[in-house]
Design a protein around this ligand. Sequence first.
Ligand code: FUB
Length: 446
Amino acid sequence: MKYFRQCLAVAGLIFLNSHLSAQNPLIMTQFTADPSARVFEGKVYLYPSHDIPAMPGHGKAGWFCMEDYHVFSSPDLTRWTDHGVIISQSKVPWTDSTAYSMWAPDCIERAGKYYFYFPATAKAGNGRGFAVGVAIADNPYGPFVPQPQPVAGIHGIDPNVQIAPDGTAYIYWAQGNLYGAKLKANMLELASEPVKLEGFPDKGLKEGPYLFERKGIYYMTYPHVADKTERLEYAMSDSPLGPFRYGGVLMDASPSGCWTNHQSVIEFKNQWYLFYHDDDLSPNFDKNRSVRADSLFFNADGTIRKVIPTLRGVGITAASQKIQIDRYSSRSAEGTAIAFLDTLDRFSGWETIFDKPDAWVRYNSIYFGKKKSRALVINARSATGGTLLIRTVGAAGKIVAQVPIPKGNDWKGVKKAISAIPAGLKDLAVQLKDGGRVEVDWISFE
Ligand code: FUB
């Protein structure tokens, strides 16, 4: 049954308004990559690529394999809703429906219409290689109607569209280097000759252009292979088509070895965020990726501070939710490890293993609502038996509960009354009191 669920999840067939978990990665029901995040109608919409494992007759083994796109939305960056498939390779008139090459997309709103841009391999007679198509909808979640032909004049991948404050729309794409052109007001045709954008490192692949504007500065962000794998960089300009001046590294290449990264940047409720991807749910095959988000900050001179990827990610976690402490904010130098709960079903997530006295993990931004919590539950198991201390962190930090985890091989929800009732927004630490080995799946407050 578990295997069946996993197959459905991987194929993207479990969706429809399922509310998903917070932290990184953001989506735990399917592989997602190349996130284009947008703020529409007061919510964050996420338009990622949808990686699937290749199978005989479906895609090329060892390579990217994508046949459709889902869209997700969230009111708070914590609860994500999957609105299901919006475009699939078999439903677009000009795409090769055997190519499984629906790579990094983007979406933008103009005059109440939503324009979804996607690269794909054209079928014979529609040009060679990658073209960029457009599909139009009245809502950010669709239904999207694909145009019969791709945008004339674009050969490449990773489309990105921005509308400058003066109303001019620009489209960007990649083909080894970064290119851009103006778009007509119909958002479907180029209004100027494509230009190669200038001001970027000469050496190494550049792709995934994503432009945003802040305080009159145009920031072009992009993945770049400066060494062995992609890192995220940015460049700045006073004009949407440049020339750009190199700004710096936005995110270092991942220590996981994931060859690609791909980004978007949004401001939501007065905070800037970087969306990107890594191979969290597929550590042995980096073409099955997962989308992440972390906060992004600017320096006073307009440059961007490098973003350090976290597992905790963004958003506030309700105390009554299952708090996945394996997505920690920080942890002790020794005595903790993170492991998949089930290596045959990685979508079921991770556990935290404590195996040294005083080892701890810290999980930030838990909201204790109006209803006072009187107890907590720890879903745990322990081959040795052991005791966990749960405490709030900070100057007024208190021990919330001391929870004995009985010896046993099975996962069990261990409930304990709380001695100090937390209120408001708190950071929590979970600590192994003495010796032993304790595994924790999640904790939650009642
Ligand atoms: O997802 C396929 C390709 O990998 C994207 O188009 C690139 O940006 C890279 O992330």
